[in-house]
Write a protein that binds this ligand. Structure first.
Ligand code: PRP
Ligand code: GLN
Ligand code: SF4
Ligand code: MG
Length: 479
């Protein structure tokens, strides 16, 4: 069962960004969010702090829509700001669920931006509501707000640590506090990414620090990549410097392998691995494992492009843009019905007849979820005159839902959960279908097959091996 009331759509997640000690912090944050737009297109928000007051602006829509007017940025003064791009995993697309969340406490204001999903938030919420907490949103993220409020510790950092020790799930957090600075944190297994960067020229007063989901947002503002925040690490940035705490000790790391396969932008570097290179290598592994005679290798844009480059190079078959993507249709379709989603795929992709007619075609994509995209693409490619269509997928079959911040549909809607590979090939209408093997995937990421990779990554949507307990699901609780 999926935790999301609007779960009937393809997956996405969120982007978080924060800057400390720079003029125009909100403007830089808007730029950072713009670079992270691929991580969430549903809503965007920025909260800034000017040393006395917090200011916020949030809205449904793309970053350019919410922050396109310079008067909006001007209404967010201060040298510190945090921002969030949202794609809902818990709590639907409503204004009151837009992040960063903000609350007033006896110590002043506090704002939090969260990428990930908590697996015990419904359980915690039930207890918090019984204690009298009044929730303003339907997000899982809001439990942080209340756990901090009821904590008996006196300083904000201790209250924050008290709160995170009670939650389970995936969370990369950026928290803005009045006295304890900017706090960045990754959950104990580091499922979601978070990196630290620095803008040169702002060192006076310890300024210039940046926290971001991905390195592509550092590049857009000219910040230098410093390092990844470690799994379970808390960094506290204030005028006195930057401190690092490890309140959970070392519990290992289970980074989301699907970030490498699909979510992250190809120009980002995740855990020291350039995403573009990793995707090319996965494509090359796939060509070695399940090569087939053909005339052209064609990517399914966008996310299939780097791996198709790798597949084509390895197989020595020409790479061609046989499917053209309409750039005015977003990354995913939020429409709730299959009928409209089908139309959405047609609007997004069109076949390039000049490349496809009379050719044996290998299509490369990163994943098959419901099969909506593959079915439509294959029909289009055949209608454009392809004589054979072979589909190659750079992830293993997606058989299980994600509960850690990716909005996958419930299991019964995942094509690979209800079909064998042969049945899937028949259903999408291809001559052959192959997925990368687990060992091939992990080799491409620089590991010695899955035996090694499984101790470093979460791959639960492919294996069902969930590294963090699913407390709400086990207790049959939904938000
Ligand atoms: O089997 P389905 O349910 O159709 O979902 C799978 C498709 O969805 C994703 O693409 P998406 O259009 O979201 O984004 P992209 O442009 O980044 O590839 C993914 O890359 C697959 O192409
Ligand atoms: N995709 C995400 O990371 C979403 C964050 C949070 N769970 C929300 O729904 O707002
Ligand atoms: S279940 Fe899949 S998408 Fe979710 S965190 Fe794990 S690998 Fe990533
Ligand atoms: Mg795609």
């Amino acid at each position: 069962m999926n935790l999301n009331e609007t779960s009937n759509r393809p997956y996405e997640e969120c982007g978080v960004f924060g800057v400390w000690g720079v003029p125009d912090a909100a403007a830089l944050t808007a730029l950072g969010l713009h670079a992270l737009q691929h991580r969430g297109q549903e809503a965007a928000g920025i909260v800034s702090y000017d040393g006395e007051r917090f200011h916020q602006h949030k809205g449904l829509g793309l970053v350019g829509e919410v922050f396109g007017d310079s008067r909006v940025i001007a209404s967010l003064p201060g040298p510190v700001a945090i921002g969030h791009n949202r794609y809902a995993t818990t709590g639907g697309t409503h204004v009151r669920n837009v992040q960063p969340l903000y609350a007033d406490y006896e110590f002043g204001g506090l704002s939090v931006a969260h990428n990930g999903n908590l697996t015990n938030s419904a359980t915690l919420k039930q207890a918090l509501v019984k204690r009298g907490c009044i929730f303003q949103s339907m997000t899982d993220t809001e439990v942080f707000i209340h756990l901090i409020a009821i904590s008996l510790y006196s300083n904000v950092l201790d209250r924050f640590l008290d709160a995170v020790k009670q939650v389970k799930g995936a969370y990369s957090l950026i928290t803005l506090t009045p006295n304890d600075g900017l706090i960045g944190m990754r959950d104990p297994l580091g499922v979601r990414p978070l990196v630290l960067g620095r803008l040169p020229g702002h060192e006076v007063g310890n300024g210039g620090w940046v926290l971001s989901s991905e390195t592509c947002a550092l590049d857009i503002i000219g910040a230098e990549y410093v390092r990844d925040i470690e799994p379970g690490e808390v960094v506290v940035i204030d005028e006195t410097g930057i401190r690092s705490l490890h309140p959970f000790g070392d519990q290992g790391a289970r980074f989301c392998v699907f970030e490498h396969i699909y979510f992250a932008r190809p120009d980002s570097v995740l855990e020291h691995v350039p995403v573009y290179e990793a995707r090319k290598k996965i494509g090359a592994e796939l060509a070695l494992e399940s090569g087939v005679e053909a005339d052209v290798v064609v990517p399914v844009p966008d996310s299939g492009v780097p791996s198709a480059v790798g597949y084509a190079a390895q197989s020595n078959i020409p790479f061609e843009l046989g499917i053209i993507r309409n750039h005015y249709v977003g990354r995913t379709f939020i429409e709730p019905t299959d009928q409209i989603r089908n139309l959405g795929v047609k609007m997004k992709h069109s076949a390039n007849r000049a490349v496809l007619a009379g050719k044996r075609v290998i299509l490369v994509d990163d994943s098959i979820v419901r099969g909506t995209t593959s079915r439509k693409i294959v029909d289009m490619v055949r209608a454009a005159g392809a004589t054979e269509v072979h589909m190659r997928i750079t992830s293993p079959p997606t058989k299980h839902p994600c509960f850690y911040g990716i909005d996958t549909p419930e299991e019964s809607k995942l094509m690979a959960a209800t079909h064998t590979v042969e049945e899937m090939a028949k259903a999408i209408g291809v001559e052959s279908l192959a997925f990368v093997s687990f060992d091939g995937l992990y080799r491409a990421l620089g590991h010695n097959g899955r035996a090694e990779g499984a101790t470093r990554y979460c791959d639960a949507c492919f294996t069902g091996d969930y590294p963090i307990s699913l407390v709400d699901k086990e207790g049959n609780l939904v938000h």
